[in-house]
Each structure stands twice: as C-alpha cells, then as structure tokens.
Design a binder for this molecule. Structure first.
Ligand SMILES: C[S@@+](CC[C@H](N)C(=O)[O-])C[C@H]1O[C@@H](n2cnc3c(N)ncnc32)[C@H](O)[C@@H]1O
Length: 361
C-alpha cells in the first residue's frame, strides 16, 4: 500500500521535523510512514489529510494525487504540437501504404481530377501521399488548428507540382463556400467530442454525389491483434484490461476507442448512402535482430519505449475511473514493455487495423 505522505509533505514545503511537530510524533515516525516501514494509526489520518488539504482517499492512494491529467483536450493545438514527432513515427507504423494505393487505384478509381478537403490535416501527410496517385489537376485543401504543422505542410508542397492550400481554423468554425469531391479525416474522428457535428460539417462541404472518407482505428481491434514475447508464460506478464478505461472515456465525452466501427451507423444517421468499409492488411512483426526490417524496427522501438506513448502515471489512469491497483498494473505493464522492447531478442506482432469508412452523399 502506498501512502502519499512524502509527496504531499514536499508539495507543502514542510520538513519531516515540521510535520512531526504538527502531528505531535517524532520525525523518525514520519520517516517510517514515508518509507512504508510503518503506517500511521487510523486516528492520525483525518489530521494528516487536514494538514495537506486533501481527502483521506488521496492520502491513502485511493484517489489520484493530481488532477492535472483529469481531462485531456484533444481539440487543442498544444496537445498535438507536443506529440508531433512521436505521431509521425506512429503514423509510419500504422500506415499501410501499398494498401492505400490499392484503395485509390483499384477500389475508388478516380478517373477525373478531384478536389479534396482534409480536416485536421496535420502536416498535410494525406495530400503528400494521395496527390501523386490522382489524375493531374486534382487539388488538396487542409484545415488544421496547429499553425506550426501548416507551416511545415506549406514548406513541403512549395516545390511540388500540386495545387494545395491550407486553412488555419478549428473545424467546428469552418465555413466553406467551395464544395469538394472528397472530404476526409485521418486519425482525427475518435478524438473529437462531437463526431455527429463533424459529419455534418463534412457533409456540408461535399458536392452532390461526393465521397466522405474517414480513416480511424478501433483500439479493441488493435489490442486483439497485438502480441509480444513479454506476454509469454515464462515472462509472467499478462496484458491489463484497458477496456474499462476506454469505456470511462467514452462515457465522459472524451475519446471514443471504437469510433471506426461505429462510423457506418453514424453515417447512415446523417443520410449517407452506399456506406462501405475496409480495413488495412498490414501486420507488423517487430524483430530487432532482423536487419532487413531496420526502419520498421527503429520506429517500433521508438514509439514503444517513448514515455509520451504511455500518457501519464497512475494519476492519469485513476482519473479515468481505474482503481490504484489497476492503474499500477498498467504502469507496470508499460514500464516492463518499454524495457523489453529495448532488448535485441524481443519480438512483437502488431496489427494496424486502420479502418477506411467511406460513403456517398
Ligand atoms: C492525430 S493528428 C492527425 C493529423 C493528420 N490527419 C495525419 O494523419 O497526419 C490530429 C490532428 O487534428 C488536429 N485537430 C484536432 N482537433 C481539431 C479541430 N477541432 N480543428 C482542426 N484541427 C484539429 C490536431 O491539431 C492534429 O494535428
């Protein structure tokens, strides 16, 4: 059991001696409480909680110590900007380029030039991979909150032979006169609090007969398709159950971890027709000992050993409805995964499972 006496004492700026005087105990007693060598008598709990100005639940580690991660705002440029580099590498792991090419060339078969609108376009990645696959004369317009990413996109396209433009705007405030043949989002929808409204905004920007395309993930599908050597019996680690946390987020208007699979239903509600979906076919085998997979191995290792991939500590998970034990279990799993993937003989299988959900107006 972990009592947050040391953390709370330091936060208040008290020495052990000062706290000991307030509690009318010796400073050795405080030291023992802090190291877990001994626990305070139950009669001390209300006074300690009162001194620190927290509930007994926080003091006893049953509630999160800090509220700062309580609500992450996903439609906030600061959040995305901080994760920019990490997201680029994540994208390479998720993105099944040959499959996307197959969809453009063999499934969607755009015969004439098209105008594309990409909401939450980031650094214009989708434009950079899609324009070379389309008939000459096609155009790409990106809408993005984060000015830094727009700058990067403009720089990238400055010497390319394509028609591109970028709008720095929150998509909820977007007003477009122009209508588009294709309106898309890539890795955006599951983060937005009001997907129904986003679909209406996308619909309003479409030409009659135009196509809406939403690419996103279902974290349950991803999890089902993930296996690492760490989970082998001899390593004694089983993967924690993340679903209660994801369900908590959905029911609190945050991320929707199953968005991709819900989209056909939402599209129908908004009056779209010919609703179809595909799922990317790439399964990554992480095997650092195989030099022929150098780039992918480096990408995998980078994201799975990067602390930002794992969000916050126990407080983050407790703020998402988990008990301290469950939160500790997840943090432990993450830190052991991170150590494991650093080893040259580690191995993992990762199914990207990106959904491509598309329909006509
Ligand atoms: C996961 S990133 C994906 C970026 C891009 N679609 C890609 O795949 O490279 C989500 C992006 O959406 C942007 N974003 C989030 N909410 C937004 C909003 N309400 N309006 C405009 N952009 C938004 C973020 O700034 C971020 O760049």
């Amino acid at each position: 059991m972990k009592l947050y006496i040391k953390e709370l004492r330091e936060e208040k700026g008290y020495t052990q001696k000062e706290l000991a005087d307030m509690m009318q105990v010796s400073f050795q007693t405080i030291s023992k409480w802090e190291t877990g060598a001994n626990y305070p008598d139950i009669t001390h709990i209300p006074k300690l909680a009162d001194i620190f100005g927290v509930s007994a639940g926080v003091l006893l580690g049953m509630e999160p110590l800090k509220e700062e991660n309580a609500e992450v705002k996903y439609d906030d440029e600061v959040y995305w900007n901080r994760k920019r580099d990490l997201l680029k590498v994540w994208k390479r792991l998720f993105w099944n380029e040959d499959y996307f090419k197959f969809l453009v060339k063999e499934v969607w078969k755009f015969k004439k030039p098209i105008d594309i609108l990409d909401l939450g376009c980031g650094y214009g990645y989708l434009g950079s991979i899609m324009l070379p696959l389309l008939p000459k004369g096609s155009s790409y317009t990106g809408v993005e909150l984060d000015g830094e990413q727009i700058k990067e996109a403009e720089e990238y396209f400055s010497d390319k032979p394509y028609q591109c433009s970028f709008i720095k705007e929150n998509i909820y405030d977007l007003k477009t006169e122009k209508k588009y043949d294709l309106v898309v989002t890539l890795f955006l929808m599951s983060h937005l609090p009001d997907p129904k409204r986003v679909l209406q905004i996308m619909k309003q920007a479409l030409k009659p007969g135009g196509m809406i395309l939403i690419m996103d993930a279902n974290m349950e599908v991803e999890q089902a398709g993930f296996y690492s050597g760490l989970e082998r019996e001899e390593n004694g680690l089983s993967r924690p159950d993340f679903i209660p946390m994801w369900e908590y987020e959905v029911s609190h208007g945050q991320r929707d971890y199953r968005m991709a699979t819900k989209l056909p239903y939402l599209l129908k509600q908004e009056g779209f027709k010919d609703i179809q979906a595909r799922i990317s076919d790439q399964v990554i085998i992480y095997e650092p000992s195989d030099p022929s997979k150098k780039q992918m191995n480096e990408d995998f290792r980078y994201v799975y050993t990067h602390e930002d991939s794992y969000e916050g500590g126990t407080g983050y998970f407790m703020n998402r409805g988990l008990s301290l034990d469950k939160a500790n279990e997840i943090c432990d799993y993450y830190s052991r995964s991170s150590e494991y993937f650093d080893k040259p003989d580690s191995m993992a299988v990762k199914t990207s499972g990106v959904y491509f959900v598309y329909a006509k107006l």
